[in-house]
Design a protein around this ligand. Structure first.
Ligand code: IPM
Ligand code: MN
Length: 361
């Protein structure tokens, strides 16, 4: 198969972690006889520096022409303490989501048996956790009407949703649930917000189309609590943009391995795959960042963008092997030898090249 992949390394550790995923993807392509056409493009602070725009038109064209996008991270400390900066790297992210129609952000949370004690939560609470948060990504308060009035002394941001926006996200949630444990939880604040009442009503109307899925409705404040008390009780969670932003950060702590969690953003035109961690500027250029979340995002890319499950399985199995054998970066090495980012990437690619590598997960 010929796969056209746009590569957006971005800022900070982005280029380093993406570089390792490229090695792994190339090794998989070699093994299965696929041809990968990589096209790189600028985003984030790197793009602001080069052309003054964090998501330039040229990058958008590269993304639109691609079958899938592999993304690193964006963000630079130079902007964090400057609320008046005229352009910010994060604006590139929002512009990219909107222009590419990336309406659904898929963030799985699961535990790795060998790392379970890395979690700040007790083992017995998190064992067996395997959930997906499906966050709406191009609507709600992030993109609503906003502004200032009263000479700037009053500010407002509005949360707007259409029935259609809720339906397309919920449909994906129902379909995912059908392929999993058939449980769907709609998270909202329908006791207060009108937009949440539209969410609930829309999802309720869709229940009849998916009679096998057990649907629950929970308020976001209660979910914030239950997610850390009993995460294994959830299967697929669907929610609006801002609630999803907050809950996905909370969920990322459960596994105790932020450096391992991948994500996908499903789009109208194409889909994007990225680690959930940020640009970690303190580690940039030091060859110490953990590349596994990006490598696992590449596994999602094979499976979700191209339906290539076996390829995804091999990537997951070599990642598990690297964890089991301690071929890991300093964040996971403990008192054992820490490998460099590039060494982990080389090791994974070499494992994939071994003739006996077979799908085990
Ligand atoms: C995320 C990030 C972004 C968001 C920021 C950087 C705009 O926190 O991808 O979750 O809020 O969506
Ligand atoms: Mn966030």
């Amino acid at each position: 198969m010929e796969l056209n992949i746009a590569l957006l390394p971005g800022d900070g550790i982005g280029p380093e972690v993406v570089g390792q995923a490229v090695k792994v993807v190339d090794a998989v392509a070699e093994k299965f006889g696929h041809k990968i056409n990589w096209t790189s493009a600028l985003t984030g602070a790197a793009a602001i520096d080069a052309v003054g725009d964090p998501y330039p038109d040229a990058t958008h064209e590269v993304c639109m022409a691609a079958d899938a996008i592999l993304f690193g991270a964006i963000g630079h400390p130079r902007y964090d303490n400057d609320p008046k900066a005229p352009v910010r790297p994060e604006q590139g992210l929002l512009k990219m989501r909107k222009k590419l129609g990336l309406f659904a952000n898929v963030r799985p949370t699961f535990t790795f048996p060998s790392l379970i004690d890395n979690s700040p939560l007790k083992r017995e609470r998190i064992e067996g956790t395997d959930l997906i948060i499906l966050r709406e990504l191009t609507g709600g308060i992030y993109f609503g009407e906003r502004g200032r009035k009263d000479n700037g002394d009053t500010a407002f941001d509005t949360c707007t949703y259409t029935r259609e926006e809720v339906q397309r996200l919920a449909k994906l949630g129902f379909e995912m649930a059908m392929n999993r444990r058939k449980k769907l939880c709609c998270v909202d604040k329908a006791n207060v917000l009108e937009s949440s009442r539209l969410w609930r009503e829309t999802v309720q109307d869709m229940e009849k189309d998916f009679p096998e899925v057990a649907v629950s409705y929970e308020f976001v404040d209660a979910v914030a609590m239950r997610l850390v008390q009993w995460p294994s009780s959830y299967d697929v969670i669907i929610t609006e943009n801002l609630f999803g932003d907050i809950l996905t950060d909370e969920a990322s702590v459960i596994s105790g391995s932020m450096g391992l969690m991948p994500s996908a953003s499903i789009g109208l035109h194409t889909s994007l795959f990225e680690p959930i961690h940020g640009s970690y500027p303190q580690a940039a250029g030091k060859d110490i960042a953990n590349p596994l979340a990006t490598v696992l995002s590449a596994a999602m890319l094979f499976e979700d963008a191209f339906g290539l499950k076996e390829e995804a399985g091999i990537i997951r199995s070599v990642v598990n092997k690297s964890l089991a054998e301690g071929v890991v970066t300093e964040d996971l090495a403990g008192t054992n030898k820490a490998y460099k980012t590039s060494e982990v990437g080389d090791w994974l690619a070499a494992q994939i090249g071994l003739p006996e590598t077979a799908e085990t997960s």
